[in-house]
Design a protein around this ligand. Sequence first.
Ligand code: GLY
Ligand code: MN
Ligand code: MN
Length: 432
Amino acid sequence: MPRPQLAEFMRRMEPNSVAILPGAREATRSNDTEYRYRQDSDFYYLTGFNEPESIAVIAPAREEGRYTLFVRPRDPEKETWTGRRSGVEGAKEKYGADEAFAVEEFPAKLLDLMGNARNLYYRIGGGNPDLDDTIVRQIARMRMMIRRGITAPQAIIDPGAILHEMRLFKTEDEIALMQRAADIASEAHAEAMKFARPGMKEYEVEALIEYLFRKNGAAGPAYSSIVGGGVNATILHYINNDATLRDGELLLIDAGAEYETYASDITRTFPVGGRFTAPQREIYELVLDAQEQCTEMVKPGVTLEAMHLRSVEILTEGMVRLGLLEGDPAKLIEEEKYKKFYMHRLGHYLGMDVHDVGGYHKDGQPRAVEAGMVMTVEPGLYISEDAEDIPDKYRGIGVRIEDDVLVTPDGYRVLTSKAPKQIEEIEALTAR
Ligand code: GLY
Ligand code: MN
Ligand code: MN
């Protein structure tokens, strides 16, 4: 059966329009080996079809078929190498397409499918230049056919305008999948706290986490896991994960699972096989305070911008208190001095993509959140080893705390609450 999302997408399309959405292609890793396949999020959201090289054509007014899938056809020899295909028949029977064809036939069918549609929904520059080319050439040819009664589309519209707005609001089914992705990753973070100890390599902890992701049915990490001990915690996109963990250092882990194409995104920071030192605790408590206060702001009507500004205030005031910054907090904020230690935003939307789609502004203004949206709340402080004019005791400390938060009609629900973040809870797991 076609997914309900497809019917809703059709309902939101302009009249007299056709949409073309490609699936993801396979990606080469090196020479003739490929990455494990991951379907394009928009395509999967609409079709539920997980095979490479596919194309969906959605034409609500087309009598011969409103929903056409182009797929890789059955091929016993190729299937021996790369796995079973649904084929043209499966696309109709299992996925509810009205019509299905081998993907090679797409260029030849394009004229017929576009009909005389006034608008074409297609994401030009969406990462498939071959398909861009096929479509642009077809439109150019159609312009030459005007005397035969054929008209080319007058507008090319990014389907993201509809789809990304739909994806921003999660249904109950999607929330259940996101909760599962969050639970799997939360459990893995708790296990990492019990497991990590001085002398281990960061990648040993990474391996435990990703083992638990797979063991519990996730496709794997939703993004490259960050496992940074000591000063590596101050490098925002540290993914080498190959240093040795040392006694007395903190370990920052930013790792989330992808479950049924939905992501979780969690960061926890904890002492390696021991207890927080006093300076580590001071930084940690400040970040935790910002994280909790900002989370409590979440309810319909608040903007991510307002939450971010609040995090800047709390962290800046705290940094003045600790002697990391000097001066009037309001002035330090105006001059963006806090960015030396807090250089990213408080959070982002979360869904099928870890940095999920959906507009952050409406009519040029920061947009209010609404029930059904999911976002991260992830303040952090990153104190470089060679920062000038700071107390030595804070050098090389990096802390981020990141939860995934669902907006509910009257507030919020933290999806990642099973990942410990209170100091006492953490030390109960890390103390040896
Ligand atoms: N792990 C990516 C992020 O936190 O945004
Ligand atoms: Mn993260
Ligand atoms: Mn994040």
